[in-house]
Design a protein around this ligand. Structure first.
Ligand code: NAI
Length: 329
């Protein structure tokens, strides 16, 4: 089987080449993102392997089919960047890696919460300049704070488990409640109650057309003043302009983002020599109470090992059996 990887980084190459020792597929790695314009690079491939910011709309899927691609493998859990209805209509199976390491993202979520709360990002820079003043570094105890978790699937639950260890009260919102969340002492409430009662709100649901800009101006207005909002899920869940307004007014006390609405234009690349063209991202970076990481929640040794192994297993299942448990739709 020949597999062409789009948006490939050096770490993708090393983890997939290592996992491929058990499969012996032919792997070809491209830096280019998958767009209609780059489909021709997949000519002759049986499968393409794509990541979060590759865009698989109907036109792109059609073009992939035309150049002979039979299978699409997402090396991630989220699939909001794929037109699944179109893929199904043209009988192009799409597989993903549903739960490679929920703990990787959950632990990054905690890293963001603790950094923002205790200002370690600022303290690090201060101390390096021999400034040992504490002014501006005041935090709050996580113990007994109320944390609202939107989406209590694999990652939401793993995050809840860690927060439980800190002594937090856990509120959850999910259209499909999870018994394990209740068993650990979490309570399900409606979104409005979660907004009003939470000191910290963490997003762990997939991005769908229905929840695009779930966190908009009115949602932010109904939250506690000074709330901390954390998004390690997908950028489109937050209306960035509304978040900026809420930061300016002090309604939003802290914002941690591992994902950003327009991240496909910027993330996973070194743009340090270039002019930042996104005014919202530039504005966000000026706030001392905003912490942004470039979609690195998944980025642990364990998660990358699992992603590579499961992706190749998925493609092997499609090739040998014609179906796969991790197939979408
Ligand atoms: P999951 O499928 O195990 O859980 C998602 C949960 O969200 C489910 O329980 C579902 O019922 C719930 N849900 C769906 N729509 C909702 C809504 N409108 N409001 C509240 N809950 C809703 O998925 P998992 O593995 O926990 O991943 C969650 C998300 O995390 C992924 O969709 C992806 O966007 C993001 N992610 C981010 C990564 C990163 O590196 N930052 C890495 C992996 C995933």
């Amino acid at each position: 089987m020949k597999i062409v990887f789009y948006s490939a980084q050096s770490y993708d190459k090393s983890f997939f080449e290592s996992a491929n020792r058990h499969f012996d597929f032919s792997l070809s790695f491209l830096e280019a993102a998958l767009r209609l314009e780059t489909v021709s690079l997949a000519k002759g491939a049986d499968a393409v392997c794509v990541f979060v910011n590759d865009r698989l709309d109907e036109a792109c899927l059609n073009a992939l089919k035309e150049v002979g691609v039979k299978w699409i493998a997402l090396r991630c859990a989220g699939f909001n960047n794929v037109d699944l209805d179109a893929a199904k209509a043209m009988e192009l199976p799409v597989v993903r890696v549903p739960a490679y390491s929920p703990e990787a993202v959950a632990e990054h979520t905690l890293a963001l919460i603790l950094t923002l709360n205790r200002h370690t990002h600022r303290a690090y820079n201060r101390v390096r300049e021999s400034n040992f003043q504490l002014q501006g570094l005041l935090g709050f105890n996580l113990h007994q704070k109320t944390v609202g978790i939107i989406g209590t699937g694999q990652i939401g639950l793993a995050t809840a488990k860690i927060l439980k260890g800190f002594g937090c009260q856990l509120l959850g919102f999910d259209p499909y409640p999870n018994d394990a969340f209740i068993a650990m002492g979490g309570s399900y409430v409606d979104l409005e109650t979660l907004y009003q009662a939470s000191d910290i709100i963490s997003l762990h649901c997939p991005l769908t057309p229905e929840n695009h800009h779930l966190i908009n101006g009115s949602a932010l207005a109904s939250m506690k003043r000074g709330v901390m909002l954390v998004n390690t899920s997908r950028g489109g869940l937050i209306d960035t302009r509304a978040a900026i307004m809420a930061l300016k007014s002090g309604q939003l006390g802290y914002l941690a983002l591992d994902v950003y609405e327009q991240e496909s234009e910027f993330f996973f690349r070194d743009l340090s020599d270039e002019i930042m063209t996104d005014d919202d991202l530039s504005r966000l970076m000026t706030f001392p109470n905003v912490l942004i990481t470039g979609h690195q929640g998944f980025f642990t040794h364990e998660a990358l090992t699992e992603i590579a192994t499961v992706t190749l297993q998925n493609l092997q299942a499609l090739a040998l059996e014609g179906h796969c448990i991790n197939q979408l739709k």
